[in-house]
Design a protein around this ligand. Sequence first.
Ligand SMILES: [Zn+2]
Length: 206
Amino acid sequence: METMGFEEMWEKIIACDKTYDGLFYTAVKTTKIYCRPSCRSRKPKKENVRFYAHREEAQTAGFRACKRCRPEAERTPHAALIRSVSAFLLREHKQALSLRDISAFAGVSRYHLERLFKQETSETPRSFLEKIRVDKAARLLRTTDRGSLDICYESGFRSPSHFYKAFRRLTACTPSQYRRRSADSGDAAACGTDPAHPPKEVVVRE
Ligand SMILES: [Zn+2]
């Protein structure tokens, strides 16, 4: 999957991040089982993991669906539509996207899209997109030495003030505080929370 690298997906499964459910699947070579990113089963060894963008690919490669997280089961009739919208947002997060653009992609009205999206993910398309952008920015702050302004635009934000506000709201710290903390702890840091764990607002747990 081109929109996320291996390390990035690995971080999501370690955090059991529900935000990315349906956007990729984790297959484990030793057990021949594949899972959703949020699966609470014991984490596999990194070298045994393969990621697939579509569950059909995992199945074709000989992996069976996990009994615990049931990656093959659609939870609601709208799951497939919302998954394709989430994948669209992840893929296009650097573009300026209005709710009109997103609903045009989904082929349903804006009102209908907001309602279905909320039902399925407890987010609006806009807050989901913001979460993805903050997540991308946080990763760039942790893994590169690029400047905040550069990272702001690279993650899809259109203005520094919006970037700082959104980043603060979701991680409880400024981009530079976040960078300093993760350099100190050597891990995904969050202000006001255990530095070994990513911010609560970004990682949606069950
Ligand atoms: Zn599982």
